[in-house]
Design a protein around this ligand. Structure first.
Ligand SMILES: Nc1ncnc2c1ncn2[C@@H]1O[C@H](COP(=O)(O)OP(=O)(O)O)[C@@H](O)[C@H]1O
Ligand SMILES: [Mg+2]
Length: 286
């Protein structure tokens, strides 16, 4: 698992923000220091962490315009120990427009800004907007890997190939280190035949780059942002919370396998019942 992970998919409503917020909170629960960067002008990750987006004094927009250093734009979240947030709001749209008229190095702004602070965090998760624009480009240039949430729907694979070719282009041009962290199936309904079909196609094409953890459709995940909380703080036993804990566990375990320590229990083993997040489950959705 890489330290700086962009959560990206140019499609809206596929679960990027839900994944960024809840994965960040799950890693924070393992006592890792985590930074969540909101680089979407909609500020959904900001609001989902309980920060009022209209009240922020400095955010990702100021950092991209070099009007603030990263450290001054980062807020530790009291509600989630270990988790800090670089918030955003509508100002980010203006920042993007100004960036577009900047000639040199505009895609490097986030990467350069993170350099002085990145070693303070074990995990940095960037929540991207639903577009392949200058903001997403900044995220993909700053990141070491990309996590792609997707809904297993008819057009999903088509969008995915556009994103994968963008990643390849960025890799070739500016960020040779960039990797695919994995593809996450979200809002999954195992009773839907099409979802199962798209899911198996995905595995045929991407193999073990498809996370084994599946995030089910779960109402607790959808309602948590209205309380300004990650789902772990809202209903820690819900299937949604267990799914994101399981995803964090899967990502950490992959690291153990890479260094050949798969026998050693990971700090975050799959919690009991987390398999219920898988496609096999036919338990009622809570
Ligand atoms: N697993 C899930 N189960 C139920 N609702 C979900 C789930 N994941 C996301 N949602 C809801 O779907 C909508 C879109 O998700 P979001 O994470 O905001 O997507 P994106 O950031 O890709 O636009 C939101 O209202 C969110 O609460
Ligand atoms: Mg979003």
């Amino acid at each position: 698992m890489k330290r700086i992970i962009a959560v990206a998919n140019q499609k809206g409503g596929v679960g990027k923000t839900t994944t960024a917020v809840n994965l960040a909170a799950s890693f924070a629960l393992t006592r890792r220091r985590v930074l969540l960067i909101d680089i979407d002008p909609q500020g959904n990750a900001t609001m989902g962490c309980g920060v009022e987006k209209s009240q922020i004094s400095r955010g990702t927009g100021d950092v991209l315009l070099e009007e603030s250093d990263a450290a001054s734009a980062i807020l530790p979240l009291e509600s989630v120990p270990g988790l800090s947030l670089m918030p955003s709001n509508q100002d980010l749209t203006a920042a993007e427009v100004r960036l577009l008229t900047t000639m040199a190095g505009r895609e490097l702004r986030l990467r350069n800004a993170l350099k002085p602070v990145q070693d303070q965090y074990e995990v940095i998760i960037i929540d991207c907007p639903p577009a392949l624009n200058m903001l997403t480009l900044n995220a993909l240039v700053a990141a070491q890997s990309v996590l792609i949430p997707m809904q297993c729907e008819y057009y999903a694979l088509e969008g995915l190939s556009a994103l994968v070719s963008t990643i390849d282009q960025i890799k070739a041009a500016v960020n040779p280190e960039l990797e695919l962290e994995g593809i996450l199936r979200t809002m999954f309904d195992p009773r839907n035949n099409l979802a199962n079909e798209v899911s198996s196609q995905l595995i045929q094409v991407f193999g073990d780059k498809v996370f084994r953890t599946i995030v089910p459709r779960n109402v607790r995940l959808a309602e948590a942002p209205s309380f300004g909380k990650p789902v772990l703080q809202h209903d820690k036993d819900s299937r949604g919370a267990l799914a994101y804990l399981a995803l964090a566990g899967e990502m950490l375990r992959k690291d153990d396998e890479v260094v050949g320590e798969s026998e050693v229990a990971s700090p975050l083993d799959t919690p009991p019942g987390a398999e219920a997040a898988g496609a096999e489950s036919d338990r009622p959705l809570n």
